[in-house]
Design a protein around this ligand. Structure first.
Ligand SMILES: [Zn+2]
Ligand SMILES: [Zn+2]
Length: 464
């Protein structure tokens, strides 16, 4: 009997992993890291619930680490099968996974220096070299035609509109002459976005099982005009003679900001200030965005056809080297610095924060969700001081947030998307949400669509 088991992202947002079993074969859908609280992160160290050597294929929805970051460990533990993803996802994974291995090594080295580890010495979950090793198993899937894995498994891809390369995945499981279908939304994008198209509406026949994400199952995004807001933040900071420091997420948001700055400068809604992208990872990601016009929305493709470089506002500098980054210490304000990491937990942005936080002329602009426990969350919540490189740094700079650049649909968008399905699913499981968000979405689906939905439980197994 064909089964589906929820190995992660059930009752929580991260750790996307689902195993489907039929005819003695196993397909793993996503292999993500658990991120956030210590309790969740410790799950990454548990033995994988299915022996990795017994998994035949891995198919990925998109490149974010909570969907791919476990792969090097899975391979280290014996998984030898092919890993299928779109070409955009494959390119991003080649960037993100080795970097993740590097961060795992840094964390272990830090734990050893501080002596707060029970394991002596503390070991990384996987290393940079482990991550390089697993890249050899990646295969680019042509998402315009079905992926025939075996007589039991077949996959189709649908545009998810979340980040470059992201897809929803339909899996047809055939066993004993019967075919069962499953649709996984992966992370679902928004109706209207700057760079990518809205999510596709899958055309499945009735009777299938739906797994739907619920990250914003209880929230609606702000609807204010983010162009006007961004211009106002830059203009008021420049008027004070200060700089705007933006802790950046490399994939997606940095490219959106560059796109917005280019527009605002062209429309003369902000001055042409020096804009520094001080993050090799963000620079590499921007190159990948440039190489994939087919992934973008039509307006962006049209710009490229006119020879306009959408991610290169006037005055932009891509600072790849450490020397270039250090020179920013002595550069004159006003300017804009986009630098990783997005939640200010590490990376080059710490140097800029150390310098700029104590000075009220400057603005720190957060471009996305700040997880509790991070330095970014402390600054955003109004902490009077934060610790950086062992020093107490007072927070006197202005602090702003622009959460409406989210890559996830809110509940209104999820419900409108579901309402457009030509055929309703036979049953729906909600995943990728904190319990309150998943429960809230379940109620709304029952109330508005009259569909039976349930919140998936960690390690729950269902028969297909
Ligand atoms: Zn994602
Ligand atoms: Zn996700």
């Amino acid at each position: 009997m064909a089964t589906l088991q929820f190995l992660g992202a059930a009752g929580t947002v991260t750790g996307s992993r689902y195993v489907i079993e039929a005819g003695g074969e196993r397909l793993l859908l996503d292999a993500g890291l658990f991120e956030g609280s210590k309790e969740l992160r410790l799950r990454n160290w548990n033995p994988f619930p299915v022996p990795p050597a017994a998994i035949d294929w891995l198919v990925l929805t998109h490149a974010h680490l909570d969907h791919t970051g476990y792969i090097p460990r899975l391979v280290k533990e014996g998984f030898r099968g092919p890993i299928f993803a779109t070409s955009g996802t494959v390119e991003l994974a080649h960037l993100l996974l080795p970097d993740s291995g590097h961060l795992q090594e840094e964390d272990a080295a830090y734990a050893n220096r501080q002596g707060f580890t029970r394991h002596r010495p503390a070991l990384p979950l996987y290393t940079h070299d482990d991550a390089i090793q697993c890249l050899g198993q990646f295969r680019t899937a042509n998402d315009r035609k079905p992926l025939e894995l075996s007589s039991h498994f077949r996959c189709r891809f649908f545009y998810a509109g979340h980040i470059l390369g992201a897809r929803m995945i339909e899996i047809t499981v055939s066993e004993n002459g019967a075919a069962r279908r499953l649709l996984f939304s992966g992370d679902l994008g928004r109706e209207q976005q700057l760079l990518i198209r809205p999510p596709a509406v899958p055309d499945l026949e009735g009777g299938y099982t739906l797994i739907c994400e619920s990250t914003y199952g209880d929230r609606l995004h702000p609807t204010d005009d983010f162009r006007a807001r961004l211009a106002a933040i830059v203009n008021s900071t420049a008027a004070r003679g200060g700089s705007v420091i933006i802790p950046a997420f490399a994939v997606g948001r940095t490219q959106e900001l560059l796109y917005l700055f280019r527009e605002l400068i062209e429309r003369q809604q902000m001055p042409s200030l020096p804009i520094h992208v001080d993050s090799p990872m963000a620079i590499d990601c921007t190159d990948i965005y440039r190489r994939h016009p087919e992934e973008h929305n039509l307006a962006l493709a049209a710009l490229e056809q006119q020879g306009i470089r959408p991610f290169s506002p006037r005055g932009v500098h891509f600072d790849r080297s450490v020397e270039q980054s250090k020179m920013l210490n002595d550069a004159r304000s006003p300017m804009i610095i986009i630098s990783a990491s997005g939640m200010a937990t590490g990376g080059r942005v710490l140097h800029h924060l150390e310098r700029c936080l104590p000075d009220a002329r400057h603005t720190i602009l957060f471009e996305g969700f700040q997880a509790p426990g991070t330095r970014g969350h402390a600054i955003q919540s109004g902490a009077a001081a934060v610790k950086i490189h062992g020093q107490e740094v007072p927070v006197r700079a202005h602090v702003e947030s622009m959460e409406n650049l989210s890559g996830h649909a809110d509940y209104g968008e999820i419900l409108r998307w579901l309402a457009r399905f030509p055929n309703p699913p036979a049953r729906t499981f909600l995943t990728h949400g904190e319990p309150a968000a998943a429960e809230a979405l379940k109620e709304k689906i029952a109330g508005q669509l009259r569909w039976q939905a349930s919140v998936a439980a960690h390690l729950q197994t269902v028969t297909l």
